[in-house]
Design a protein around this ligand. Sequence first.
Ligand code: TXA
Ligand code: MG
Length: 319
Amino acid sequence: MEKASIIGSDITQVKALLEGGKVVAIPTETVYGLAGNALDVTAVAQIFSVKKRPTFDPLIVHTHSFESLKLFVREIPEQARALAEAFWPGPLTLLLPKKDIIPDLVTSGLDRVAVRVPNHPLTLQLLKSIDFPLAAPSANPFGYISPTTAQHVADQLGNDIEYILDGGAAEVGVESTIVGWENGIATIMRVGGLSIEAIEKVIGTVQAQAVSSSNPAAPGMLKSHYAPTIPMREGNIEALIQEYPSKKIAVLSFQKAYPAVYKNYILSESGNVTEAAQRLFAAMRELDNSDADIILTEFVPAVGLGKAINDRLKRACAE
Ligand code: TXA
Ligand code: MG
């Protein structure tokens, strides 16, 4: 039998594992990450292997401060500086021209590296205690729902990594918003845990990338992403229910209760999209672990984190 990972909060042990080139799970305010030394190609290769992620899909590099960026980024546009000042540590990732010290494997050969300063006390403490940044994708097998608790990580990767640093349930609940500059224009590459409204208050109007995926050459090309194993459909829930008279139906609703179906998870009874984001992935996992035949869901209002929720729901429903 393989050895199960330790779930704990011993930063010293995690530091030693990372310094030894190992891969561990770390908490962030968005989702849990599968982390390794971003400057060590072997550790980075191990991340791709544990996650079963194709190497054409690049990783985000996590660091403890804006100042530390100069070690691995060539230049920082003024707008990037303003966003970092306003929102770091926080659920914002910036795409910036990389220095050679970042291995090509981290960026899948692209010239830009994705960087962010996560807002989690344990992980910030860890990042300050080591002298390299951490490459970390979400700590789920490629294509599945992102983990928002240490237990979610253990459920799927518990035999593949030695340690899961437990920082409690993720506060934001959806992945970071990714911003890059296309011909000098700030562009949202992935909607996420920082609202576009908040970004535009700081740097003015931004453009949305045509493809909702953060990288058109990568996860967006796969038909589904963030996907449960049970089929999931989005639409008018009342109408959809009529289509499955003899099935065990699970409903993932925004605000309204559906007491007549087999299982119902309400994202936010008060209709708060921030609360709904926080609960989204745990809800999808819970329904996916039930023995329902189908999951029916609906979009939430497209304001604030609602856009990120709808993006994840849409991709979870793709076949
Ligand atoms: O909130 C988050 O961002 C979480 C936590 C752990 O920080 N991380 C996360 O990583 O969501 P991941 O790997 O699951 O998603 C990162 C996305 C991928 O879709 C990838 O294609 C894109 O960021 N990305 C990373 N580096 C990139 C680059 N150099 N250019 C374009 N896209 C990039
Ligand atoms: Mg992911």
